[in-house]
Structures are given as structure tokens and as C-alpha cells.
Ligand binder design. Structure first.
Ligand code: DSN
Length: 422
């Protein structure tokens, strides 16, 4: 079981004051340490990031921007935001950075707010094909306040159909085109999106939430030279605190800043801003660059092992940190696979696959990612065992067998501990 030594004296005070919540923290640490963490959008952030995130900066209201705040006493937190902004600009070679969005969805909403007005057409990949709720889903503001047009992936290759993107763009002339996805394992051709956007004078917004960490680690090409605006979360491969961020060209700086505050957010979370600064410094190290390329090597090794063992990766593999698996060949739904994996302490998520005959809450696929297990130190040689644990679990029909698999999972992750004990 996890113990309170991970957090130090402050945690002992919490244990005394609120033992129920203290136990939630300990149990979650235990869950992260003893299971296989394969959710593609999660990671294990560093103790330094956690320290900044759980700090007294949480107490400070700081509406506005450094040097232009609506509250007194911001001279100290200003330093955190200035560092975060300059580190973001330097790391990504961006002309402007806004580090205040509370999340990826907030960052995306700010991009809509900066460049579009309700009723405008927006061209994006639908959630069902691997996009995101904020890319025009009917249950999200983006599908309710705007007119979404959706491009798709090709039925045969399962790669984005750039001819279709272009013909839809020319036909509908959307105000904004969104590139980027949450369940698309391949690289995105930003140059193609830029060319299409230029043809119709549309804004190109790249939702880089999933892969920005790979860009930060110089493991894949950057969207920054191509996009008008790049929105992302800071807690996926990037391995920072939960939160969002926006990069843009200098010409859009004013509009982006006004869109984040005061158009759609109030006070920034200065503890999160400081924690973003911490991770942006971590990302400049060669250790982080090695990590980012290892994430991809592990994902490719895992995809190839799963394929060999009988689980089809959508599009035949991956160029990134994530693999989308089509379970139709083995006759198990994504929902049931996720349930079985939970029982075996393998944490992943059900996910629609392109042209999925099942509804999203059932789905025909699961999505797996390598950010967390790579942080734990696993390499290509461990991917054979990870693949066989996933496959055995998904195929297992007797609930009584999952305890044994969970013990094997525990034995594997114990060799690569999350948050190792001192
Ligand atoms: N929930 C995130 C993901 O898992 O991809 C996207 O917002």
C-alpha cells in the first residue's frame, strides 16, 4: 500500500484533518503504481511539477496578464507567468504563447472565440473518426453554436483523406479548419492543411493536445510553422500539470489573449501556470528528448506485437504515442474489453474506430498509449509482455482469471515503478 512519505509533512496534516480524502490520494497513488497505465492521454508528471501545482500560488487571483492585472499583489506570480510564456515561445519557436487556459477544451474554445462567430462553418475530423468533442460534436458548444463540416479518414488506409479535406474546404469555405485528433495514430500533414487553408483564406487551428509532447521532444515535426494557432493540453505526452496552452503567430496575439481573458475565463490558476513553467523547462533536456522518441519506439513495438498476436491496429500501426485497436476480429466490444482490462489492472479506454458500427459507449475498439509506461522506464523489450497481457485479458471470458493476470501485471510494473519509493 502507498504511504504518506511520498508527500511529506503537509500530507500528515491532511491525514489528521481529513482522513477520507487522504485515503483517496493514497489509494490513487497505489492504483497508479500497481497497474499498467495505458491511457494515451495520461502520464505521470514529475514531483517538481506536482510541488508547483500543489502550492500557495493556488491562493492568488491574477485576472489579466503580467504587468496588467486587475488585482494587487501579483508581482510574484507575474514572474511565474513570464517564465512560462518565454519558455513556451523558446521551446516551440512560437511568436506568442498564452499559458492561462484551464484545459484543452478551454484552449479550443478560446480559438473559436478569437477567430469565429456563432454560425460560422468549421471543418474538422469528427469525434467518431478520431477527432474531439470540440471539433463540432452535436453535444458540444462547437456543434451547437457553429456549423461543423467533417472530413474523414479513408476506408481502406484509415489515413486522413486530404483530397476530401480540400474538396470540402472549396465547397463550404469554412472560416476555420481544425487539424489534430485524439484517436488518430498517424502524423498529420500540416503543410497540406496550410495549403488548403490558404486557398480559401481560412484560419488553421491545430489541436495538438495529443502529440505536442512529441513535438517538444523533437521526435515529430512541429505544427507551429504552419498553423495560425496551436492549442493543446499540458498533461499528456508533455507530462505537465493538467491544463491548456495556446501558441500563435504574433499577428493573432491580441485576439487570443482577449479570447482567453476576459472573453471566456476569469482568474488564471497561477499554481497551474507555475507548474506549466516547470514542465516546459524539463522539456528542454536531452533526457526529455530521449523520452519522447522512446514513447514512439515503444508504441511502434507494442503495435507490431499486438498485430502479430492477432489484434489489428487501425491504419496498420502508429507514428506516435497511441494505438487504436480494432476488436471486431476477435468479437469483443470496446466496452467489454475495457471492463476486462480494469479487472486485470490494465487501464485503457474503449474507443470508436473509423466507421464503427457500434455506438460510442460500446464501440469496437480500444485506445492504448505508451506515455506513462515509458516514463516508468519500459523499453521495446517489455512490449512483448505488455502486448500479451493485453491480449490475454481482452480474450479472457472468465472473471475469476483476472486476479492471476493482475498479479502478473503487478509483477511487471514493480520492476518499473511509478513514483519509486526513495
Ligand atoms: N480526454 C482526452 C483524451 O483522452 O484524448 C481528450 O480531451
Amino acid at each position: 500500500m502507498a504511504d504518506s512519505t511520498f508527500w511529506g509533512p503537509d500530507f500528515q496534516a491532511l491525514e489528521q484533518q481529513d482522513p477520507e480524502i487522504a485515503k483517496v490520494l493514497l489509494d490513487e497513488l497505489d492504483r497508479q503504481r500497481t497497474g499498467l497505465q495505458l491511457i494515451a492521454s495520461e502520464n505521470l508528471t514529475s514531483p517538481a511539477v506536482l510541488a508547483a501545482f500543489g502550492s500557495v500560488l493556488s491562493n492568488k487571483y491574477a485576472e489579466g496578464y503580467p504587468g496588467r492585472r486587475y488585482y494587487g499583489g501579483c508581482e510574484v506570480v507575474d514572474r511565474a507567468e513570464e517564465l512560462a510564456i518565454s519558455r513556451a515561445k523558446h521551446l516551440f519557436g512560437a511568436e506568442h504563447a498564452n499559458v492561462q487556459p484551464h484545459s484543452g477544451a478551454s484552449a479550443n474554445l478560446a480559438a473559436y472565440a478569437a477567430f469565429t462567430k456563432p454560425g460560422d462553418k468549421v471543418l474538422a475530423l469528427s469525434l467518431a473518426q478520431g477527432g474531439h468533442l470540440t471539433h463540432g460534436s452535436p453535444v458540444n458548444f462547437s456543434g451547437q453554436w457553429f456549423e461543423p463540416i467533417h472530413y474523414t479518414v479513408k476506408r481502406d488506409s484509415e489515413y486522413i483523406d486530404y483530397d476530401e479535406v480540400r474538396s470540402l474546404a472549396l465547397e463550404h469555405r469554412p472560416r476555420m479548419i481544425i487539424a489534430g485528433a485524439t484517436a488518430y495514430p498517424r502524423l498529420v500533414d500540416f503543410a497540406a492543411f496550410r495549403q488548403i487553408s490558404d486557398e480559401i483564406n481560412a484560419i488553421l487551428m491545430v489541436d495538438a493536445a495529443h502529440f505536442i509532447g512529441l513535438v517538444a521532444g523533437k521526435a515529430i515535426p512541429s505544427p507551429v510553422p504552419y498553423a495560425d494557432v496551436v492549442c493543446f493540453t499540458t498533461h499528456k505526452v508533455l507530462r505537465g500539470p493538467r491544463g491548456g496552452m495556446i501558441l500563435s503567430r504574433a499577428e493573432h496575439a491580441k485576439e487570443i489573449d482577449k479570447a482567453v481573458f476576459p472573453k471566456m475565463q476569469g482568474g488564471p490558476l497561477m499554481n497551474a501556470v507555475a507548474a506549466k513553467a516547470v514542465v516546459l523547462k524539463e522539456c528542454t533536456t536531452t533526457a526529455y528528448q530521449d523520452y519522447a522518441s522512446q514513447v514512439i519506439k515503444n508504441a511502434q513495438a507494442l503495435a507490431s506485437e499486438l498485430d502479430k498476436q492477432g489484434l489489428r491496429p487501425v491504419s496498420g500501426g502508429t507514428d506516435t504515442h497511441l494505438i487504436l485497436l480494432d476488436l471486431q476480429g476477435i468479437g469483443v466490444t470496446g466496452k467489454e474489453a475495457e471492463r476486462r482490462c480494469d479487472l486485470a489492472k490494465i487501464t485503457l479506454n474503449k474507443n470508436s474506430i473509423p466507421y464503427d458500427p457500434q455506438p460510442p459507449m460500446v464501440s469496437s475498439g480500444v485506445r492504448v498509449g505508451t506515455p506513462s509506461i515509458t516514463t516508468q522506464g519500459m523499453r521495446e523489450s517489455q512490449m512483448t509482455e505488455v502486448a500479451s497481457l493485453i491480449l490475454r485479458t481482452i480474450k479472457e471470458t472468465e472473471d475469476s482469471k483476472f486476479t492471476q493476470i493482475a498479479a502478473e501485471v503487478n509483477a511487471l510494473v514493480a520492476q518499473y515503478p511509478a513514483y519509486p519509493r526513495a
